[in-house]
Write a protein that binds this ligand. Structure first.
Ligand code: ATP
Ligand code: ZN
Ligand code: MG
Length: 302
């Protein structure tokens, strides 16, 4: 194969990813999905005994909760909102005219009550807060959702709509940081089982603007975010395939996640980037799963 052919081109040629004409928006083949399903079963195997409550939200969330989350303060450049036509027949006529002559027909679309989910855990906090006090022993949740981020790229590991599997832990400082540490250990072990070399490093989010620099530095200095990195499209800049986030009591305070005695819960979440993990596997073991090393196939398909 031509050395100049990019990984994305090879993914398109093999049919694993399907071009839609938009960077970062891809269809996936059955084989690609088989790898994601198998890897999710491996996640179940590692996390299954913890007794997490499984919840699946759709890829859109309540706009009021999104607003309260503060996402627009930190990452306005990444957010995606759902807008719809809400006009009358006259408005409809001018809409169609607009489309006909190739003018911008989207400017009269109105915001709906739905925003695209930016990370799988965002809809969870208000949901749990509504239930009342947290039990003394804390709470653990198992989530998976398509997430949207407006970051179009030719790098197949940076998509605009991708799936995030998450475990979210709520409890005391010690409880949630122990939870986070145990998933860092498990993450390394799981990737080893599927033949992937990883490193773990501190990280920070791309908080927007000049004020955001300070937030990013603080996140890094306080070790609030770690990433599990695997070289995929660039050996020099390995790709984050998992992240391990400690929110201290920020989300607890924001959403009112309290214990019976009124103290505020700490939270942590661990996210698996499912497309990135699949892409790491295809990059390292080849584009045909039948050709993958026997040990890797066994770890994934038994
Ligand atoms: P990056 O630094 O690469 O932008 P991130 O820090 O924004 O990643 P998180 O917000 O921690 O990522 O999301 C959890 C996981 O979701 C990441 O570790 C990654 O595996 C996956 N992920 C994040 N953004 C994307 C994306 N644009 N496309 C595919 N997977 C993604
Ligand atoms: Zn999260
Ligand atoms: Mg990012």
């Amino acid at each position: 194969m031509d050395m100049q052919t990019s990984f994305l081109d090879r993914l398109f040629e093999s049919g694993l990813l399907i071009d839609t004409g938009v960077d970062g928006l891809y269809g996936r083949s059955g084989q690609f999905e088989d790898v994601i399903s198998a890897f999710e079963r491996l996640i179940d195997k590692f996390g299954g005994a913890d007794g997490a409550e499984a919840i699946r939200f759709p890829p859109g969330m309540n706009r009021a909760f999104f607003e309260k989350s503060g996402y627009m303060k930190s990452f306005p450049q990444l957010a995606g909102t759902v807008h719809s036509f809400c006009g009358n027949e006259l408005d409809h006529m001018s809409l169609l005219k607009c489309m006909e002559v190739g003018e911008d027909w989207t400017k009269d679309q109105e915001a709906t009550d739905i925003v695209l989910t930016p990370a799988a855990c965002y809809p969870l906090y208000p949901t749990v807060a509504k239930r009342g006090h947290l039990p003394e022993s804390g709470a653990l949740f198992d989530l998976q959702s398509y997430c949207f981020r407006h970051e179009p790229s030719k790098d197949p590991t940076r998509q605009q709509l991708f799936r995030m599997r998450e475990y979210v832990c709520m409890g005391t400082d010690k409880h949630v940081t122990d939870f986070r540490q145990s998933w860092m250990d498990r993450g390394i072990e799981m990737m080893k089982a599927v033949g992937l070399e990883v490193t773990i490093d501190v990280a920070n989010d791309p908080f927007f603007g000049r004020a955001g620099k300070m937030l990013a530095n603080n996140q890094r200095d306080q070790n609030l975010k770690f990433e599990l990195l695997i070289p995929i499209t660039s050996p020099a800049n390995p790709t984050a395939c998992m992240s391990f986030n400690y929110h201290q009591d920020a989300f607890g305070a924001k959403w009112g996640l309290n214990f019976e005695d009124g103290s505020v819960a700490h939270t942590a979440c661990v996210g698996f980037g499912l497309e990135r993990i699949a892409l790491a596997l295809f990059h390292h073991h080849g584009l045909d799963t039948k050709e993958w090393p026997e040990s890797v196939r066994r770890a994934l398909w038994g």
